[in-house]
Design a binder for this molecule. Structure first.
Ligand code: MRU
Length: 332
């Protein structure tokens, strides 16, 4: 199986997600600047994959600058800042950097441990998440709405929320997935629809604006999302549109579940108000793949993420636990 991100022949190998669904291209990264560029333009993306990229990036730096701790720390600081919202990137960088005094091999071992733990975490979340969905939803088979891409492409293998969808499919109880296309960069249509097609799972793709009415019509039984950062009180940053989806799910009386590894849980941040939400460039809103879709000179507002308050979340499923936010539980 082609992993989304891996360490091969002293390089970082990444699936270039900007090229999907048209072609499966592997980027071979052997220096810091191309890695930062790949993160910034979302060639590699999704919180768990960013955590692995952070760890492997520091491993790469430690090999490129043996004995030059200052150069490694300087590069690591730039890598850590490549995207601000997903806590996993900083977490992966810091974890690998903590081994720097033990030498480049120790740093690489730590980065590979982050990779391996992510694979195990996704397997655990798939089982725990599917068990919870089975308990919360009476209808069979089950219809699942989701946003962005939270599948194997967002991690190393399998993914988080989409991993649960895959598990429900494997258990023979998935009627269909309902992925939202996810404006502006279409992670839902380019990536999630591609992954569901690879799985052979039934799905219908929705435009983002259809979500509320589709939920209100009773066409989905549960909403599953991933997370870029879960704060101590359970507020959750995820792809922009998640908050609106949670409001619509509450209106429709549909359970709204966050599926994320413990590495996305940031207990140092008390609540969602303290999360730095990444603002991205106008080009993403004004054009798609180079074709302009708004008048010249149009100004934009392009937050890449939003924060869903814990009060709208039914439960948060991690690789270690289920936090029943609907019963007043918090991660911290
Ligand atoms: O801008 P992206 O594509 O990196 O945003 C990704 C998301 O919002 C995902 O839902 C989140 O990182 C969780 S991935 C398992």
């Amino acid at each position: 199986m082609q992993r989304t991100i891996d360490w091969v022949d002293d390089q970082i190998h990444l699936i270039d997600q900007t090229r999907l669904p048209d072609e499966l291209v592997i980027l071979r990264v052997a220096a810091l600047d191309p890695l930062i560029d790949a993160i910034a333009r979302l060639a590699v993306r999704g919180a768990p994959a960013l955590g692995v990229a952070g760890g492997l990036g520091v491993a790469l730096l430690a090999r490129l600058h043996p004995g030059d701790e200052a150069a490694v720390r300087d590069g690591a600081a730039r890598l850590r800042a490549a995207r601000p919202t997903a806590v996993n990137l900083a977490w992966g960088v810091d974890r690998a950097l903590a081994r720097l005094s033990d030498g480049p091999d120790a740093v690489l071992a730590e980065a590979l441990a982050i990779r391996d733990e992510d694979i195990a975490a996704c397997a655990a979340m798939a089982t725990r998440g599917a068990d919870l969905v089975e308990g919360l939803v009476a209808r069979r088979p089950i219809r699942v709405m989701t946003i962005c891409n939270t599948g194997a492409l967002a991690a190393v293998e399998r993914g988080t929320a989409l991993g649960v969808v895959g598990e429900l499919f494997a258990r023979g109880i998935l009627e269909e997935a309902l992925p939202l296309e996810t404006r502006p960069l279409l992670q839902g249509s380019r990536l999630t629809a591609w992954e569901l097609t690879q799985m052979g799972a039934p799905f219908r793709l929705l435009v983002d604006g259809a979500a509320a009415s589709v939920l209100a019509r009773g066409l989905a039984d549960v909403v599953l999302i991933g997370a870029d950062r879960v704060t101590a009180n359970g507020d959750t940053a995820n792809k922009v549109g998640s908050f609106a989806l949670a409001l619509a799910a509450r209106h429709a009386g549909v359970p709204f579940l966050v599926v994320a590894p413990e590495s996305s849980v940031d207990l140092a941040t008390p609540d969602g108000a303290a999360i730095h939400i990444e603002e991205r460039g106008s080009d993403e809103v004004l054009a798609f793949r180079g074709i302009r879709s708004a008048p010249e000179g149009t100004r934009t507002l392009n937050p890449a993420f939003d924060v869903t308050p814990a009060s709208l979340i039914t439960a948060i499923v991690t690789d270690h636990r289920v936090v029943r936010t609907d019963r007043g539980e918090t991660p911290g």
